[in-house]
Design a protein around this ligand. Structure first.
Ligand code: TXA
Ligand code: MG
Length: 329
């Protein structure tokens, strides 16, 4: 990708077209956040209901006050600490921010991504770029340019190829609307890191019963339970239950492929499997591509050995739980 590509991509955005671009988390499908026409196109191509807000991407921290109506000290602290990076802040919106960006809410999601191509595009463009993950609504987020092309094809005017994404799962979303910061979507910036930075407790809205699709206070539809799913049914299974389950499925003649940790006792099972490392960073980095590859096996089930419950795995566990939502074995 050259400077000319960046210029072309920024010019397309100015014309109201859609440009997919790499971020450190996942690829984004970008549109001019100040253009109702571009946003209309974005929602159409994404296939997303118009009341689901999109994140506005900016080239630098100092642009925050252009897009947020009010920026409390906590938000500045987080922005300085974690941007550019895999964090999105939910703040009261500035007056000019279009309802089409915010899903009609009075708040706006803002992020300064860390990928050099994303930053180059945002600087060249100058304004805010509204960008959901560059997949059709409800499908796995793309972490390579090829996955974007496969999912969106001709519907996107240009795909900037920045190689595979380094973080691999979507940003940590933190709402700064209430008295206490609240993590709406876990990502690789953990609750502990945020608490440590701020020196105050941070709430979470993503565990067990904390997710409410019709939460009157906060709407983060990316937290719909069935999100991030491949076509094959995913089952998230504790390590100790896997031997029994594998035997049962074999007995019943059901087909499956396993995503499990290497060096485990499970490796003695002669079963179709992908053996992976027990490291949250690399697991997250490869998660969506692996689920995509396993989906390609076209078995009845993808059995996933449940990762540790440690907070470093919160983002990964959250995505796996959603991918597995509704699976009955
Ligand atoms: O890492 C990421 O965040 C990626 C890259 C491309 O930046 N983007 C991403 O966008 O994951 P998307 O649209 O797939 O998910 C954005 C999430 C949605 O769950 C949306 O509901 C939430 O952000 N969101 C955006 N604005 C919001 C707001 N004002 N209030 C609450 N949630 C909001
Ligand atoms: Mg998404």
């Amino acid at each position: 990708m050259s400077g000319a590509d960046i210029e072309k991509a920024a010019a397309l955005l100015k014309e109201g077209k859609l440009v997919a671009f790499p971020t450190e988390t996942v690829y984004g499908l970008g549109a001019d956040a100040a253009s109702p026409e571009a946003l209309g196109r974005l929602y159409r191509v994404k296939g997303r209901p118009t009341d689901h807000p999109v994140i506005v991407h900016l080239s630098s921290v100092d642009k925050l006050s252009e897009w947020a109506g009010d920026v409390p000290p906590i938000a500045w602290q987080l922005a300085e600490a974690f941007w550019p990076g895999p964090m999105t802040l939910i703040l009261p919106k500035a007056d000019h921010v279009l309802n089409a960006c915010t899903g009609g809410q009075s708040s706006v999601g803002i992020r300064v991504p860390a990928h050099p191509l994303a930053l180059a595009l945002l600087s060249q463009f100058g304004g805010g770029v509204a960008a959901p993950s560059a997949n059709k609504f409800g499908k796995l987020s793309p972490t390579t340019a090829d996955s974007v092309r496969e999912g969106l094809g001709e519907e996107v005017s240009m795909v900037l190829d920045g190689g595979p994404c380094q973080v691999g799962i979507e940003s940590t979303i933190i709402s700064i609307l209430g008295a206490t910061p609240r993590i709406l979507r876990p990502g690789m910036i953990t609750r502990e890191q945020v608490q440590e930075k701020l020196g105050i407790p941070v709430e979470i809205a993503y565990k067990e019963n904390a997710i409410k699709e019709n939460d009157a206070e906060i709407k983060a539809p990316g937290t719909l339970e069935s999100h991030y799913a491949p076509d094959t049914a995913v089952a998230l299974v504790p390590s100790q239950d896997l031997p029994f389950l594998i035997a049962k499925l074999n007995n019943e003649g059901k087909t499956f492929v396993l995503l499990a940790f290497e060096n485990s006792a499970l490796m003695r099972y002669q079963t179709a499997a992908m053996w992976v490392e027990k490291n949250a960073e690399s697991y997250a980095q490869n998660l969506y591509q692996r689920l995509k590859d396993l989906d390609g096996h076209k078995k009845q089930f993808i059995l996933v050995e449940a990762p540790p419950q440690d907070c470093a795995w919160d983002g990964v566990n959250d995505r796996l739980k959603r991918a597995a939502h509704g699976t009955v074995i």
